[in-house]
Design a protein around this ligand. Sequence first.
Ligand SMILES: [Zn+2]
Length: 184
Amino acid sequence: MDNKCIFCKDIFPLDYQNISDEPKYWTFVHDIKPICDFHCNVILKKEVSWKEHICDLWDEKIPDDVLSELGIVLNKSVIAIKKSSEKIKRVNIVSLNSWSKSKHLHFHLIPIFEGEDVKKINDINTDWWGLSFLSRKEIVQDTLDEFINQTCWELSSDILTSIEIATKKRVSNNVILLKKYFSI
Ligand SMILES: [Zn+2]
C-alpha cells in the first residue's frame, strides 16, 4: 500500500468507473480521463499485498495464480470492450509503468476505432508510431489542464468544469454497457 498512489487509495475505484471487482486479483475499470470511449484499465488490486509496488511483469515475486488470472481478465475485458461498440476494430493493451509517477502495476486497454488514423504526437520516424500513439494518453492527460489554464485564462475554470462533467457522464454510460458484456 502506498498512500500517494491513486490506485492504493480507499476511494479507488470510483463507483461510476467500476466495471468489475469480481476477479480475485484484478480490477477492471473505465479510465476516468479517457483518451476515447471505452478506454479501460486492468489494475492489480491494492489488497494484493506485497511490501512495495509491483511495477512490472518481470518482477519475479508475482505469484503464478495472479499472472494466470491476468490473462483471463485481459481476454474477458477486451471481449467486453469490443462488444460495446461495433466501431471498435481492435484493442491495444499497454503498460506504461515505466513512468516515474506510475508504479502500481496496471494496463491500459485502448480501443482503436474504425477509420481512426494512428495518432502521432511527434512527426518522428514512422517506425515509432506505436510508441508515440500509446504514450499519447499519459502526455496529454498530464498537460491538458495546464495547457487550458495557460491559453484560456479566465475562461479556463468553466472549460475544465465542462470537460469534467461531460467526461463523467460519458464514462458512466460506457460502464453500463461494459458491465453488461463483462463476465468471468
Ligand atoms: Zn498503489
